[in-house]
Design a protein around this ligand. Structure first.
Ligand SMILES: Nc1nc2c(c(=O)[nH]1)N[C@H]1C(S)=C(S)[C@@H](COP(=O)(O)O)O[C@H]1N2
Ligand SMILES: [Mo]
Length: 222
């Protein structure tokens, strides 16, 4: 059933803002304890012997890592809230993995550019500024709340960029490409904001689209 615009607006319940959450819950978000699954395309299956993560583009030296290489790097756990542009937020997610900063340090990779295109299976991309990755709490995560990520949530490895809308947190990450210009990735080419700060409500690049606050409840949970 395709709703016309008026119907959609009628269905748009304005999320109730709990004043106690004002500092924590970005505008227009709804809190959930469940964990919705959102992505385009199929959930990949891997033979971990063949799996690689490539770091390439505008760097002094390109590097290809195995899963073992990643697991041998220093491990960090960060507890953060996550905010999806389809209006759900989930508090206190405890992700474990390798900090982007530690990865760069360990590899001695010196980027020659200020922008990054992140690549995930299958053919998913999202653009981020290097300054948005070069932070204490940006992880390449393999676990959530002490358990390995499920296939649907990005096993074996996903980015967690908690201060931006969750579409920037690439699941099934396979490539970190340093690029000269901030070209839009997949969702950014499809009407979403180039940057995506939830506290500034940077949802869209052009005209606002209606996102009913229960949009995500039609999705799968895992
Ligand atoms: N590889 C890949 N990563 C992806 C996506 C995707 O389609 N493919 N979707 C993004 C979007 S739009 C969201 S909201 C989050 C959802 O993560 P979750 O399914 O763990 O909640 O993953 C992001 N990472
Ligand atoms: Mo999303």
């Amino acid at each position: 059933m395709k709703l016309n615009k008026a119907d959609r607006i009628k269905r748009t319940r304005v999320p109730v803002a709990d004043p106690a959450l004002a500092d924590r819950l970005p505008p227009g978000q709804v809190l959930t304890e469940r964990f919705p699954v959102l992505h385009e395309g199929e959930v990949p299956e891997y033979n971990m012997d063949d799996w690689t993560l490539k770091i390439y583009g505008r760097v002094e030296q390109e590097v290809t890592l195995s899963y073992k290489d990643i697991m041998e790097l220093p491990q960090t756990t960060v507890q953060r809230d996550i905010h999806c542009v389809t209006r759900w937020s989930r508090f206190d997610n405890s992700f474990t993995g390798v900090k982007f900063q530690d990865l760069m340090k360990a590899l001695g990779v010196t980027p020659n550019s200020q922008y990054v295109m992140l690549h995930g299976d299958y053919d998913y991309t999202t653009n981020v500024a290097l300054s948005d990755l070069d932070r204490e709490d940006v992880l390449l995560a393999h676990s959530l709340d002490g358990e390995p990520l499920t296939a649907k949530h990005g096993y074996p490895l996903r980015f967690v960029v908690p201060h931006l809308y969750f579409w920037k947190s690439v699941k099934w990450v396979r490539g970190i490409e340093f690029v000269d210009e901030n070209h839009p990735g997949f969702w950014e080419q499809n009407g979403f904001h180039l940057n995506g700060d939830p506290f500034k409500e940077e949802r869209f690049s052009g005209e606002d689209l209606e996102i009913p606050d229960d949009e995500w409840e039609k999705k799968e949970f895992d």
